[in-house]
Design a protein around this ligand. Structure first.
Ligand code: AMP
Ligand code: MG
Length: 419
């Protein structure tokens, strides 16, 4: 049995980022960029109107007058239309947001500044515009003021969110080089397990780990590969483990502790998987198993055996599988683990004497502190308590009692509610 910190160190030593690949931009959503994106255009690509109104020459607005200034409208410019006309003193163009500013114009006067009911003036007409608050350059975005052609707009290590995807598109990148999606095979073991759609008979248990772990994988931006259920027969487990070893990570649940039918550690070893650790000092999740299979021309497959009890399985996933997937996905170190913070305890709890314990809690950020309220929870098979949790209290071993007002560590699991 090893400590959590030692287990994490071993995972960090074993997992290495998957080789990056070129892929269509949208496939890289949520992935980490491995080559910079360099723009093939200026942004804006030309001087652009940022308001509906009139493109004017600033010189006509120098003399302030309560009567405004009357200008001839030379042309109507909708977004997408361009004109070769030059705007000179005394003239303007009616222009809509997103149209190119015509030569000669150096500001856009919003349509709302039209006086004497002239807001509807089109080409051939006259408009009277207020001069009061005029500034040269107003309401136009100059070419290249956001970024320049040839500029690096996204750097290596950026996780591609929606704004970054939009920016890459604007910069002309239809494909990018990024870490591939980590493929995670998920296998549930147990002769008592029945498919999610079945109503369990006496002695049967619905296989909730399969979908739960697939969801956890998907929420990390990785790709779950569900392998279904293997009964507690060595051949059944071995066949599906062999399939799972084609993935980047194999996550198996059940059969890893010390019961008669806990066959998994031996099967792993017979499949050539090298054991790195088995059993970690923690509650829930003590039986967790970790190893790897070396492969000839590919990165090794990382293999996790998680305890079957659903809450233990999920706690182990979040503590141990999450960082492995994040490392393979090339994520920066600060994203490897769930964030940890100090919180003010809102109800009494007791630590376990022999090992660190994780307990579900509600989290609320008040003006004073992050407040952690322990949730009613019956233990490692209870998903109800866990599903309502915003985080996990992390109590060190020692059997101490903690009371209301004490400061404790919490692992943030979901977005924190604000009071
Ligand atoms: P095990 O780790 O195989 O000893 O299983 C511990 C407990 O977890 C048993 O009560 C199992 O029925 C239950 N369990 C194992 N696998 C699953 C699963 N995939 N979904 C729900 N419960 C499970
Ligand atoms: Mg079992």
């Amino acid at each position: 049995m090893i400590e959590i910190s030692a287990a994490l160190a071993l995972i960090e030593q074993t997992a290495t980022p998957l080789p990056p690949r070129r892929m269509p931009l949208l496939d890289a959503c949520g992935r980490v960029l491995a080559a910079p994106v360099v723009s093939d255009v200026d942004s804006p690509p030309w001087d652009r109107a940022m308001m509906d109104g009139f493109a004017v020459q600033a010189i006509d607005f120098q003399a302030k007058s309560s009567a405004g200034v009357a200008l001839d409208v030379l042309v109507d410019l909708a977004a997408g239309t361009v004109s070769t006309m030059t705007i000179q003193s005394g003239c303007c163009a009616r222009i809509m947001t997103g149209a190119a500013i015509p030569t000669g114009a150096d500001a856009v006067v919003p349509i709302e500044w039209a006086l004497n009911n002239t807001a509807d003036a089109h080409a051939g007409g006259k408009v009277c515009l207020s001069t009061e608050k005029f500034r040269t350059g107003q309401h136009l975005a100059k070419q290249g003021t956001a970024f320049r052609c040839g500029q690096e707009v996204l750097s290596v290590g950026t996780t591609l969110g929606s704004a970054a995807i939009g920016l890459a598109t604007e910069a002309g990148a239809t494909h990018v080089v990024a870490a591939p999606r980590v493929r995670v095979a998920i296998l549930s073991t147990g002769s008592e397990l029945v498919a999610p759609e079945a109503l369990p008979a006496l002695g049967q248990t619905r296989c909730s780990n399969g979908t739960m772990l697939a969801a956890a994988v998907r929420l990390l931006g990785a790709e779950p590969i569900p392998l279904g259920i293997a009964s507690d027969r060595p051949e059944a487990i071995r066949a599906l483990v062999a399939q799972g070893l084609a993935a980047d990570v194999l996550v198996l649940s059940g059969g890893v502790s010390a019961g008669d039918l806990d066959l998994v550690p031996e099967i792993f070893q017979r499949c050539g998987i090298e054991k790195i650790f088995h059993k970690v000092r923690l509650k829930p999740g003590k039986p967790v198993w970790f190893g790897m299979l070396k492969r000839a021309h590919e990165a090794p497959t990382l293999v996790f055996g998680l305890p079957g009890n659903p809450a233990s399985s999920l706690v182990c996933f979040e503590l141990f599988v999450r960082p492995a997937i994040q490392i393979l996905a090339g994520s920066p170190r600060q994203q490897w683990h769930l964030p940890r913070q100090r919180a003010r305890l809102m109800g009494p709890v007791k630590a376990a004497p022999d090992r660190p314990v994780y307990l579900p809690c509600r989290l609320l950020r008040s003006a004073r502190a992050l407040e952690a309220t322990p949730l009613q929870w019956t233990g490692s098979s209870d998903l109800l308590g866990l599903a309502g949790a915003g985080g996990l209290l992390a109590l060190p071993a020692g059997g101490d009692r903690y009371d209301v007002g004490d400061e404790v560590d919490v692992v943030l699991w979901a977005a924190v509610e604000c009071a």
